[in-house]
Design a binder for this molecule. Structure first.
Ligand code: TPP
Ligand code: SF4
Ligand code: MG
Length: 310
C-alpha cells in the first residue's frame, strides 16, 4: 500500500535545539524514521554527527529514549537490549507491545568500526533495526574516508581522491539471509517511510541504509541536500532496492534504469556539483575518469538486476 506525505504523523522526534548543520541529511532522515516508527521505540547511537547534535545534558534534541553506545558495539548493544526486553515481557515486568529497538549509526560506525558486531547480530537474527545513514565519510571528525567513500572522492585522508571502490554493504547484509534489507534516499521520503514501517512489522534483524549527502563534507550548497540525494539515484550512483532472505527487488527509479526504460541523468550533473570531485572535473583526464565511473555504474546496475533474477 502506498503512503502519501500527508499521512505522515505530525509528531516530531527530532525537536528544536539540534546542533546539526542546517539541512543535515541525518536529521532529515531521522525525522521521517521517527514518524514511521512512532513513540514506542528505543534508539541506540554510535559516535557520529547524530550524537554530537544531541546537545548538552540534560537537554536532548531527540524525544525518544536514547542510549549512547561505543563505536564497535551497535550489534551487541542492540542485540542485548532486545533480548532484555523479551525477558522483561516474558516475566511480566513490562506490559504491552515490545518497543522497536533501533540503531542510528553512520557509515563509519557501520561499514568499518562496527561491522564485526553487526555481522554477528545479523547472523543471530537479533530482533532490531540497524539504520546506517551513509554520508560517505567520517563527517563528525573532519571528513575522513570510510569504507563507504566512493572512488575518486576527496576527503581529508584522501586529499588526491580515494583510490579504491566502496563496499556494497547492503548486499553483504543481504547475504546474511536476514528478513529485511533496504536502501533508501531522502529524495524519496514515501519510499523510505514505507520501508521503515515494513521493517517495524518484521521480527528479526532488519538493515536499512539511507543515502545522506553531507554538504560540508562533499562541498555543495547547504540547500541542495535533497537535490543531491535525487541526482545520486537518477544518475544510478545510489540504487534503491529491498530484499528479504536473499531475494532482491529493485525499486523505482532504479528498476527503470536497470531495464533501460529510463536514461540516467548525465553523471556530470551529480559529480560536477560536488567540490570533493573538483580535482577530477578540472583534470586533463576528466573524460577518462568520468567514463570509468559510468562503466562502474553500469556494472553495478547490471549486477543488481542479475541478482534480482536469482
Ligand atoms: C573508538 C572510537 N574511535 C574514534 C572516535 C572518534 N569519532 C567520533 S564520531 C567519529 C566519526 C563517525 O563517522 P560516521 O559513523 O560515518 O558518522 P558521521 O560522523 O559521518 O555522522 C569518530 C571517528 C570515537 N568516538 N570512538
Ligand atoms: S557535517 Fe554533515 S552529517 Fe554532520 S551535522 Fe553537518 S550536514 Fe550533518
Ligand atoms: Mg559518516
Amino acid at each position: 500500500m502506498s503512503v502519501t506525505i500527508k499521512e505522515f504523523s505530525d509528531v516530531e522526534y527530532v525537536v528544536p535545539g539540534s546542533a546539526a548543520c542546517a539541512g543535515c541529511p541525518s536529521t532529515m532522515a531521522l525525522r521521517i524514521v521517527g514518524k514511521a516508527l512512532g513513540e514506542n521505540a528505543i534508539m541506540l547511537m554510535t559516535p557520529s554527527c547524530a550524537v554530537a547534535s544531541i546537545g548538552l545534558l540534560p537537554k536532548s534534541c531527540y524525544s525518544l529514549p536514547v542510549l549512547n553506545i561505543c563505536f564497535a558495539s551497535a550489534g551487541a548493544s542492540a542485540g542485548g537490549l532486545t533480548l532484555a526486553l523479551d525477558a522483561l515481557l516474558e516475566k511480566g515486568r513490562i506490559k504491552g507491545e515490545k518497543p522497536t529497538v533501533f540503531n542510528w549509526a553512520g557509515d563509519g560506525g557501520t561499514y568499518d568500526i562496527g561491522l564485526q558486531g553487526l555481522s554477528a547480530a545479523a547472523e543471530r537474527n537479533d530482533d532490531f533495526i540497524h539504520f546506517c545513514y551513509n554520508n560517505e565519510a567520517y563527517s563528525n571528525t573532519g571528513v575522513q574516508r570510510s569504507g563507504a567513500t566512493p572512488i575518486h572522492a576527496m576527503t581529508t585522508t584522501t586529499p588526491l581522491g580515494k583510490e579504491v571502490h566502496r563496499k556494497n554493504l547492503p548486499l553483504l547484509m543481504l547475504e546474511h539471509r536476514i528478513p529485511y534489507v533496504a536502501t533508501a534516499s531522502l529524495a524519496y521520503p514515501m519510499d523510505l517511510y514505507r520501508k521503515v514501517q515494513k521493517a517495524k512489522g518484521i521480527k528479526g534483524f532488519k538493515y536499512i541504509e539511507i543515502h545522506a549527502p553531507c554538504y560540508p563534507g562533499w562541498k555543495f550548497s547547504a540547500s541542495d541536500t535533497v537535490k543531491m540525494s535525487r541526482l545520486a539515484v537518477k544518475s544510478g550512483t545510489w540504487l534503491l532496492w529491498e530484499g528479504s532472505y536473499g531475494k532482491v527487488t529493485l525499486n523505482n527509479p532504479t528498476s527503470l534504469l536497470a531495464q533501460g526504460k529510463l536514461a540516467p541523468i548525465p553523471l556530470e550533473e551529480y559529480i560536477g556539483g560536488q567540490g570533493r570531485y573538483a580535482h577530477i572535473m578540472n583534470s586533463p583526464q576528466r573524460e577518462e575518469y568520468l567514463s570509468a565511473i559510468r562503466e562502474e555504474i553500469k556494472r553495478e546496475l547490471k549486477f543488481m538486476a542479475g541478482r534480482v533474477e536469482l
